[in-house]
Design a protein around this ligand. Structure first.
Ligand SMILES: CC(C)(COP(=O)(O)OP(=O)(O)OC[C@H]1O[C@@H](n2cnc3c(N)ncnc32)[C@H](O)[C@@H]1OP(=O)(O)O)[C@@H](O)C(=O)NCCC(=O)NCCS
Length: 394
């Protein structure tokens, strides 16, 4: 079987196209040569390639890739390079998919740029070229995630239990809470802020919101756009309100690659391009909202950072809702594997300093999901939190 990536010219071509770090070529070529020279390794590589690149059977779950014991045994720490190459082996097929659909090389390159970022991270941490983000990068290779300008998008269906209602007269959005999500007395999700080991089953202090569909409309506990569920239920008449988003609806799942300024202009431009792209390429997927679940939606960030912070502005663009998040998501992206604990963590950016001080004070941090239902042109208007504040103020 001819697998392009295992030849020096194949690696140079595909690696060059997606700009993997130049310094990685000698090591990757050496690993490719070892695979070519070992019939057992080659058979495992070819089986992985057939399964993923040819048959599209990627491991979709968010869990570490299983490393074949024989690969571990023969390659030691270079086993990650074996699987990195096995992933990159799909590139010619990914590009074929793009070409068949008439998707540009520019989008291919922008989308696959993540490979470079994660290879560099792995090298910085372990001193060898590789990566372990297999549960993330398969989406790029399978043609299920695309980058336009600043942001990345994956067509998906909404799995949240909240229901978004829109008032016909003025477009006002109100989320009604998930009736199956147990809540803390303060309206945040039960277990929010705790690691999975610290969590306990809901006790007598927890409560469940109501959500009812009646002949007249909807009755439920409203969610503040800042995230917590409000204690007082509301009734929304069907004569005035309509469903804007509910479980199972098509959405675009948003991801934020690193680098580059994250501001309303770059985000709005990116979203506008994405909508044009998906309408052309996947017209059957008529997305109703942008969905995002990120550490940048930890509500505490609005307390740490100034209103000028890009992260705060980004968060304020979305309507947040409860979920049992933990500090781990933020920690991963602000400190990463290099600094697993507070004692070793550096205080070199404003964010790092305030996070460390906050945690030292024993305060909680937890991530949330959020949705955005307004148009790309209105990116920057922060409609949900702004209107909520206006109502509270007056
Ligand atoms: C998205 C991103 C570009 C935002 O950074 P930004 O535009 O600098 O954001 P802000 O203006 O809000 O930054 C405020 C402060 O926090 C710091 N900061 C921002 N993101 C940081 C991070 N991931 N780690 C450490 N510090 C960070 C900034 O350096 C700045 O510090 P300063 O006051 O000392 O200058 C940046 O966080 C990033 O590249 N993240 C990686 C990708 C990511 O997290 N994606 C989401 C995955 S769910």
């Amino acid at each position: 079987m001819d697998i392009e990536i295992l030849s020096e010219s194949g690696l140079a071509h595909w690696g060059g196209l997606i700009a993997i770090p130049e310094a990685s070529y000698p090591a990757l070529n050496e690993t490719a040569a070892q695979i070519r020279a070992d019939a057992d390794l080659l058979a495992i590589f070819a089986a992985f390639y057939e399964k993923t690149a040819l048959r599209g059977e990627w491991k979709r779950e968010w869990s570490p890739l299983e490393i074949d014991p024989l690969v571990s045994q023969r390659m030691g720490e270079r086993a990650v390079q074996f699987y990195l190459l096995a992933h990159l082996a799909a590139l010619p097929h990914t590009w074929q998919f793009y070409q068949k659909r008439g998707i540009s090389l520019e989008i291919f390159q922008a989308t696959l740029l993540d490979v470079q970022f994660y290879m560099q991270d792995y090298f910085d941490l372990h001193g060898i070229w590789g990566y372990t983000v297999f549960p993330w990068i398969w989406r790029h290779l399978a043609g299920e995630l695309f980058r336009f300008g600043r942001l990345q998008y994956q067509p998906s269906s909404f799995s949240g239990g909240v229901t978004a209602l829109r008032r016909r007269a003025d477009g006002e959005i109100l989320l009604l809470a998930d009736p199956e999500q147990p809540l803390r007395p303060d309206g945040w999700a039960w277990g929010a802020g705790l690691s999975p080991e610290q969590r306990t089953p809901p006790d007598g202090s927890s409560w469940l919101p109501v959500f009812e569909i009646t002949d007249q409309g909807w009755r439920g506990h409203p969610v503040s756009p800042y995230g917590p569920v409000q204690k007082q239920p509301v009734s929304l008449p069907a004569a005035e309100w309509e469903v804007a988003l509910q479980k199972g609806d098509p959405i675009l799942d948003l991801h934020i690659p690193r680098r580059d300024p994250l501001n309303a202009q770059t985000c709005g431009e990116s979203y506008a391009q994405a909508l044009v792209f998906f309408a052309e390429q996947f017209p059957e997927h008529r997305s109703k909202a942008l969905f995002c679940h990120t550490w940048m939606f930890s509500p505490q960030l609005q307390q740490f950072l100034t209103p000028e912070s890009n992260i705060v502005k980004f968060q304020r663009e979305f309507y947040l809702y409860p979920s049992a998040g933990s500090p781990a998501f933020l920690w991963n992206f602000v400190f990463g594997d290099k600094y697993p604990d507070r004692a070793s963590a550096p205080r070199d950016t404003g964010l790092r300093r305030v996070v460390l001080d906050w945690l030292a004070d024993g305060k909680q941090i937890f991530d949330l999901p959020g949705i955005m239902l307004h148009s790309p042109a209105a990116w920057g208007s922060q409609p949900y939190m702004r209107r909520w504040d206006e109502r509270a103020g007056g």
